[in-house]
Ligand binder design. Sequence first.
Ligand code: HEM
Length: 488
Amino acid sequence: METLTTYLLPLLILPISIFLFLQIHQKTTKKQETNLPGSSGWPFIGENMDFAMLGAQTYVSQRMKKYSQDVFQTSLLGEKMAVFCGAHGHKFLFTNETKLLTSWWPESMKKALLFPEFVNNPVKEVTSLQRNFIRDILKPEALKRYISEMDCMTRSHLENDWVPYREVSIFPLSKKYTFALACKLFMSIEDEKHVEKLADHFTLITNGMFSMPINFPGTAYNGAIKGGKLVRDELMNIIVERKKKIMKNEDINLKGDLLSQMLVMKDENGEFTTDMEISNSIIGLLVASYETTSSMVTFVLKYLAEIPEVYEKVLKEQMSIVESKAPGELLSWEDIEKMKYSWNMAREALRLIPPAQGSFREVITDFTYAGYTIPKGWKTFWMVHTTHKNPKYFPDPERFDPSRFEGSGPAPYTFVPFGGGPRMCPGKEYARLEVLVFMHNVVTRFRLEKLMPNEKIIFHSSPTPSNGLPVRLIPHNESVRLANTLSM
Ligand code: HEM
C-alpha cells in the first residue's frame, strides 16, 4: 500500500501535473539556464521513481557514467538539483558553505517536523544560538560524562531484551535501544510506555519525511505529517511540565539533561529561547540520531556475525579492556580511547553501508563548477556513494578491511558518512560512543550467528535489513563448552 500510494499516485495525477509543470517551467527556465549534463526526468515526479527503484548507489553511479564524473543535473523531491560527485565535489560543497550555498531541507521534511509558522522561515528553524549550543553539548568533552550511563543502559537492555532469548532480531532492538538512550539523555524520560509511544510517532516521521509530498490518507507523507503533529504536541507537554519543575526547584536530578539546559539558555539580548524553538531542536536531534545510529549499530553487528577474523580481533581488544577493570566496573573515556580496532571496524561498516545517503544545500548565487553553470535557487546534493565505493579512493572497494583506517586513513573528502565542513554532523562523537559501548557489551557476552545468510538491505530513511537481521545468540560460556565437546 505504501509503495502504491507513494510511487503510483503521482502517475494518476499526471495530466494535472504536466499542465502545472509547463506553467511553472515556462516562468522559470529563463532565469535558470544551465549547461549541466543530465536529465530532469518526468514532469512533477522528476527522477524520484528511478532513485527509489534503483537505490541511491546504482542511481548515482549510472548517471556519473552517462553524464559526468564531476556534477550532473536531476530533479528530486520537486526541485532542480545539481549532484556533486567525487572527493572534489564534496570538498567544493563543504568549503563553500555560506559563500555560495546555504542549508536546505526538503519541504516534505520541514512540514513533517516543524511547527507550521517555521516552515517558510529558514532563519528561525534552528537559531544559530541553538546550533552552537547543540555543537557544544555534543563535543567529546561534554559527552564523556554520559559514557557510564550509556554502559549502564546497554547492560540492562541486553539483560532484558537479549539474554532471555536464543534468537533476536537486531534492527528493531537497536532502534528500541537508540531511542530510549536519546530520550533519557536529552529529556530524562525513562518510562518505557512513554518512550514507546514517542518512538511510534517518530517512526511515522522517518518513514515518510523523504517521500513524495502527496498528502492523501494512507501515503507515507501523510503519516509523517500526522506523526510530526503528535510528536510536537507531546514535546510541548514535556516542556510545560519541565518548566513547572524548574519553577518549583524540583529539577535537581534533571539539570544535566539537554532540555533543562536549553530552557535556561539566553541569547545575547538576554531573551530565553521559545518553547517552539526548543521543541524544533529536540525533534531535529531525535530524528537525526534515531534511524542513523540504529542502522550503524545493526550493520556493525552484521559484519561481526559474518566475518570471524574481524570478530576475533574486536573480541581480543574488548576483552583486554574487561581484564583491566574491576568486575562490574563501568566503561570510562580511557576505555573508549583504547577501542582503536573496534572503531576502525565500525568505520569500515559506515563506508560500506552508510546510514545517511548525503545532504542538500541551496545555491545563493550563480557560480561555475567544472565548467558548468549552477544557477541561483537550484539545490545541490552530495552523496556518500560517489566516493565510498570508488576504487580510485578505496581499492577493492567491496572488501571489508578495517586496516584502511590505520595510519593517516583515507584521503580527505573521500570518507564522508557524517558530511564535512561547518555543517558536518554534530552527533558524530555521540554515535561513536554509542556504537563502541554497544559493541563492547555484545561482543564480550555473545558470538552471533546470522539466521538469514542472504538477507536483503532495503531503504527507508536509512538502510535497513529486510527482515530485521535475525541472529542466534551464542553466550561465551556456551561456545567454550561447545568447543570442549568438539575437541573430545
Ligand atoms: C551514524 C550516525 C549518524 C550519521 C551517519 C549522521 C550523518 C549526518 C549527515 C550526513 C549530516 C549532514 C551533514 C551535511 O549537511 O553536510 C548530519 C547532520 C546532522 N546530524 Fe547527524 N548523523 C548521525 C548521528 C547523529 C546523532 C547521534 C545526532 C545527535 C545526537 C545527529 C545530529 C545531527 C544534526 C543536528 C545535524 C544537522 C547539522 C547542521 O545542519 O548544522 N546526528 N548527520
